[in-house]
Design a protein around this ligand. Structure first.
Ligand code: SF4
Ligand code: SF4
Length: 136
């Protein structure tokens, strides 16, 4: 007998959006924790990478307000370690894209950065911020 757990439509909408953008099957994660065990950014995160995917499985949009999705360095360690072949780095990217689209995150406007700051801020930080914070 297959027991089905109904998921509210609003939750499913969010889950489907994450799956569409990341091209990953959210429900194939079985919470082994290997992704979190290998993540080099864990000490700066507020929730663990495996908890990120768990929140998405529940359709919990509070994950969009987490620090973790921005702290993720897209190093792909989790993606390589996952025994289910889930590319968690792509899920993190999908969540950043949704957060930016829903204006749950700030974004960088180069025109607002002073010339002094452009000289002061490390170039790598600008490139990184550009990738993560610019709306396209
Ligand atoms: S390693 Fe893969 S299956 Fe295990 S918790 Fe992380 S995403 Fe889920
Ligand atoms: S891609 Fe992000 S979540 Fe995955 S191991 Fe690297 S920093 Fe951690």
């Amino acid at each position: 007998m297959i027991i089905k757990f109904p998921i509210k439509e609003e939750y499913m909408e969010f889950i489907k959006k994450v799956e569409d953008i990341s091209a990953q099957n959210i429900f194939s994660c079985y919470q082994c924790g290997k992704c979190s065990a290998g993540c080099p950014m864990i000490s700066s995160m507020d929730i663990l990478p495996n908890q990120v995917i768990r929140m998405v499985q529940f359709g919990n949009k509070e994950v969009l307000s987490s620090k973790t999705i921005w702290v993720c360095a897209t190093c792909y360690t989790c993606s390589i370690r996952c025994p289910k072949g889930i590319d968690l780095a792509k899920i993190m990217e999908a969540l950043r894209i949704i957060a930016l689209r829903e204006k749950k995150a700030d974004f960088l406007k180069y025109s607002k950065i002073s010339s002094e700051d452009i000289e002061r801020i490390p170039q790598i930080a600008l490139v990184s911020a550009s990738r993560k914070f610019t709306v396209w």
